[in-house]
Write a protein that binds this ligand. Structure first.
Ligand code: SF4
Length: 364
């Protein structure tokens, strides 16, 4: 994450009760009216989510921002890489704001630009790196998207990872996939790529912990990043639910481990999970393997269905829903007073290369 020093917003915000903050946010939104667009990722908490003009997953929100030419200020209630994608896709006169700069993504941070560039150079000593195509999950920094764009690769999302992987394998001999091992592994498995042709690149080890021979045979190399939330789900949770509720349906996100996805009835992106549960018949029972705020919202929206979290324990991601009402109000107060705080600005050269990688995905 490039920018993470968050100004102390002080007791005037942090020590005020929500009962006071929420009406003040509503009033500022009304005041800023058509100049403002508030975007909220599905994982945000309800007290922030209620102020969204649009909700969605990261790419859907970036596209909404790009299409909202008339909105000068885009306040992005999500994490840093999402705000970066919005800045890359919006025009120069639009301003993207992340209300709390500490809202990073641990998975995205697991693939730093220097680390990836070093790994690429190391690989080039044992294989023909010219024939290797990089693919990065949208959950990555603008710098990684730019590196991928420069090397002829593409961004992917959890909805289109299999399609992008197929495209990339048609462009070269092998793919280097960043930063989420599990999305890469699940996508490779769905395409029928044998396990022995899918290798993990461990950041701390020479040649990623692989032999030269293994690397030469590999079709897909996986960076060893992961989502702290989706890693908590285990195949044992799936088995326990099936034993307790034989009729239950299990749906999980492809950032979950391979064995969890293989044991589930369905898997897919956040949007797919929402649509699948919404379309299910009344009375159906679901165990959902994804972030807990989304599971709670599904429960509230579908009282006719029985919806549970797949895991009885919650390992929360401390950054994913960091945008608290106090921070949202703080940035709106500044905007109403003619000042911009917490703008996310991707340097032009990085944005241009990152956009190449995003545009490739859109054309695949
Ligand atoms: S839950 Fe946390 S680690 Fe997982 S994608 Fe979101 S910010 Fe990244």
């Amino acid at each position: 994450m490039e920018s993470c020093v968050q100004t102390d917003i002080g007791a005037a915000y942090l020590e005020r009760p929500e009962a006071e903050l929420l009406p003040r946010i509503a009033a500022r939104k009304a005041e800023l009216a058509d100049r403002l667009l508030v975007l909220c990722h599905h994982y945000q908490q309800e007290t922030t989510y209620r102020f969204a003009d649009a909700t969605g997953d990261s790419l859907k929100l970036a596209r909404i921002a790009a299409a909202a030419h008339d909105r000068r200020f885009i306040v992005f209630c999500g994490v840093h890489f999402m705000a970066e994608s919005a800045d890359i896709l919006t025009s120069d006169d639009q301003i993207v704001i992340l209300p709390d700069l500490r809202a990073g993504c641990p998975m995205s941070d697991m693939a730093g630009h220097a680390q990836v560039a070093t790994a690429w150079a190391e690989l080039a000593t044992v294989i023909n790196a010219e024939r290797m195509v990089p693919v990065t999950y949208v959950n990555s920094s603008a710098a990684i998207k730019a590196l991928v764009g420069d090397k002829g690769g593409s961004v992917c999302t959890s909805s289109n990872a299999e399609r992008v992987l197929t495209w990339a394998l048609n462009q070269g001999e092998r793919v280097f996939f960043f930063p989420d091992e599990h999305l890469g592994r699940n996508s490779a498995a769905a395409l029928g790529i044998p396990d022995q042709e899918v290798l993990l690149w461990r950041r701390s080890l020479p040649l990623g912990g692989n032999t030269t021979e293994q690397l030469r045979r590999a079709k897909v190399l996986l960076w060893d990043g992961y989502c702290t939330v989706h890693m908590q789900f285990q195949a044992a949770h799936v088995a326990a639910w099936r034993q307790r509720e034989p009729a239950i349906k299990i749906i999980v996100h492809p950032e979950c481990r391979r064995e969890v996805v293989a044991a589930a009835d369905y898997y897919g992106s956040t949007e797919t999970i929402i649509k699948t549960v919404a379309a299910a018949p009344a009375g159906s029972k679901w165990a959902v393997g994804t972030e807990i705020n989304l599971v709670h919202r599904l429960k509230m929206q579908h009282p006719d269905k029985e919806i549970h979290s797949l895991s009885p324990f919650q390992c929360l991601c401390s950054t994913m829903y960091r945008i608290k009402p106090a921070y949202l109000l703080w940035v709106l107060d500044h905007l109403a007073n003619g000042r911009v705080v917490n703008q996310i600005r991707v340097p032009a050269s990085v944005a241009a290369a990152a956009r190449l990688a995003l545009d490739r995905m859109l054309s695949i």
